[in-house]
Design a protein around this ligand. Structure first.
Ligand code: NAD
Length: 352
């Protein structure tokens, strides 16, 4: 089992392995960097095929949170936790209370929130054991449902408009054609905002009901999941899976901008360079999909949704800075985003 030599280790400050025999809890809590504040990141519950896979996943995700929070201008560092187990069959309130005790032992250097396989109800169990938890709706603001997805969608919408301003000289989306891949929690909210702004929607999802609803509600044009990455449009918004921008899809793209919610849209960093060479403006995913983490922070601080939204609107300035620097230095936007994040959280790399 490798931790320090895992490719995603990248100077993690702390990695905690904790277990509780009575409830079957096996968890790994990773704290990547706390230069800007305590680390915050979701708790993923997943039936990992091996411990190494779980270690790699938690390190990779935790590091990503450092970059995301730094560019979202939050006083937070990056962390993440994983519970090894099947969320469909192995969840119990006792297991999450044991998880709460494990989080408590990290002493506030890690703040847990929900992620794939965990829910607001699970966070409530955790909250009975520790105050270092986010993603719980205290009911103080009726505009807050406990679901971060609408805030994520709002950030994507802000980032997408800024990309349109940079590329097409206007952030008026009226009659711009936006292809949305994935009509889930984030994608559907994004469609609602795009429709309200006058955009023409082209949509695809594996779920035919979501597609039909978008056709009826927004007058969207439905295409198949195989076609959505090659439709002729102004903007592509990937809101389904990671890795969709790859050698195969880049050849077929017929858009000027990529701006969507999905994490890790580029299969490899070099695909960012390929997009630049092809003249496609890419709004880095983790920069524009940070609205959810902003909301988790503001909710924890007891601040109203109006303040969350104001903060999310700051995403426009950050992507603008990334686009400007990338253009001036002839670099990919993804590369520039990473360097800007590192400047903000004060990464010091050892001399080679
Ligand atoms: P979700 O599971 O609610 O929705 C994903 C949708 O994509 C589903 O409707 C699914 O049917 C569809 N889909 C899957 N494969 C597809 C394919 N090949 N073609 C077309 N559609 C396909 O997830 P979500 O919460 O909306 O998140 C979407 C993406 O955004 C994910 O990559 C997620 O990691 C990322 N993200 C979400 C949030 C959030 O607040 N929910 C925050 C940051 C990033």
């Amino acid at each position: 089992m490798n931790v320090f030599s895992d490719t995603a280790f990248d100077g993690h400050e702390q990695v905690v392995f904790a277990s509780d025999e009575a409830t079957g809890l096996k968890t790994i809590i990773a704290v990547h960097n706390t230069n800007l504040g305590p680390s915050l990141g979701g708790c993923r519950m997943w039936p990992y095929a091996s411990e190494q896979e779980a270690i790699h996943d938690v390190l990779r995700l935790s590091r990503g949170m450092t970059y995301k929070s730094a560019l979202a201008n939050l006083p937070l560092g990056g962390g993440k936790s994983v519970i090894i187990g099947d969320p469909r069959s192995q969840k119990t309130p006792e297991l999450f209370r044991a998880m709460g005790r494990a989080v408590e032992q990290v002493g506030g250097r890690y703040i847990v929130a929900e992620d794939v396989g965990t829910s607001p109800e699970d966070m409530e169990q955790i909250a009975s054991q520790t105050k270092h938890v986010g993603g719980i709706n205290d009911g103080s603001d009726p505009a807050r449902t406990g679901d971060p997805s609408p805030f994520t969608a709002y950030g994507v919408f802000i980032g997408l408009k800024e990309a349109a301003r940079f590329k097409y000289g206007t952030d008026d989306l009226k009659d711009l054609r936006v292809a949305v891949q994935g009509l889930g929690h984030v994608g559907y909210h994004l469609c609602r905002m795009l429709f309200a702004a006058g955009a023409k929607l082209i949509v695809a999802d594996l779920n035919k009901n979501s597609v039909m609803t978008a056709v009826n509600e927004f007058g969207a044009t439905a295409v198949s999941v195989d076609e959505i990455l090659s439709v002729d449009a102004d903007i592509l918004a990937p809101c389904a899976l990671g890795g969709v921008i790859n050698d195969r899809s880049i050849e077929k793209l017929r858009v000027g901008i990529i701006a969507g919610a999905a994490n890790n849209q580029l299969e490899h960093d070099r695909h960012g360079d390929m997009l630049r060479e092809a003249g496609v403006l890419y709004a880095p995913d983790y920069v524009i999909n940070a609205g959810g983490v902003v909301e988790v922070h503001y909710c924890r601080e007891g601040k109203p949704v109006s303040e969350t939204n104001k903060h999310i609107e700051g995403i426009a300035g950050t992507v603008r800075e990334i686009f400007d620097r990338a253009k001036q230095q002839n670099l990919s936007t993804g590369f520039v985003a990473d360097r800007l994040a590192e400047e903000r959280f004060g990464l010091v790399r050892k001399a080679a």
